[in-house]
Design a protein around this ligand. Sequence first.
Ligand code: IPE
Ligand code: IPE
Ligand code: MG
Length: 234
Amino acid sequence: MKSNNELPSHIAIIMDGNGRWAKKRGLPRSFGHKKGVDNLIKIVRYSSDIKLKCLTLFAFSTENWKRPKEEVDYLMQLINDNLTDIDSKLKERDIRLRVIGEETNLSQELLSKIKYIEEKTKDNQGMILNIAFNYGSRDEIIHAVKEMVNNNEQITKDNLEKYLYTKGCPPVDLLIRTSKEYRISNFLLWQIAYSEFYFTNVYWPSFSPKQLDKAIKEYQKRDRRYGGLSKKGK
Ligand code: IPE
Ligand code: IPE
Ligand code: MG
C-alpha cells in the first residue's frame, strides 16, 4: 500500500482509560487521572516538536458530571492546578491554548483562569491547543445554530463553522481514541465528518509519543477519498 509523508494538520484525541490504568495497578482512579495529565503534557510537547498545527484533547465531557462527586472535584482541582502559571511555558513553545466547552457549572476561579490563559496566549503563532473541558459536541452545535439565528445569518455550513469552538483549526484529520472503546462519546461530531479514525487498546497514561507516531504512520497509509475516487492510482 502506498503511503504519503503528510502530517495531519489537526489531531483530536479522546484520552480515555485513566481509571482502568490505575485499577490494573491496584491504585485509586485519581492516580490514573494524575498520570493522565502528566501524559497530556508529554504529548503536547511532542506535538509541538513535530510542528502539528492543531491538537484537540478531550479532558472532561458534559456527561462526566454523572461521576461521583469526589472524582469530579478531583478533576476540577487537577485542571485548576495545571492551568496555574503555565503562560510562560506555552510562550516558550509559542502555543495558543483554548479551553473549549460550556461555562455552566464551572467555578468562577476556574473560569477566570481560563480567560487569563487564553488572553495571554492568543497571539502565539505555533500550535493551537484546544482542551475540551465541560465539552459536549451537541451543545456546541446548538450554540452555533443560536448564534446564526441571533445574528440573522443564513443557516449554512460556512456560517455554522464560524461559531464552532474549534474555529481557526481545519477539520480533524486524525481522531484517536485510547483504551479499547469504539465510540465518539459526543466529541467533535461536526469536525470529524471526514476524519480518519484510529483506535488503540493502550490506556491514556501509557499512550507515548511513540504510539502517536504509530497512529500518524497508519494515517499516512489511508486513502482519503471524500466520496470521490482514489488519487493513489491503486
Ligand atoms: C478518561 O479516563 C478521563 C476522563 C473521562 C476524565 P476515564 O476516567 O474515563 O477512565 P476509564 O475509562 O474509567 O478507565
Ligand atoms: C470520554 O470518555 C470523555 C473523555 C475522555 C474526557 P468517557 O470515559 O467519559 O466516555 P464513555 O462514558 O466511556 O463513553
Ligand atoms: Mg472512560
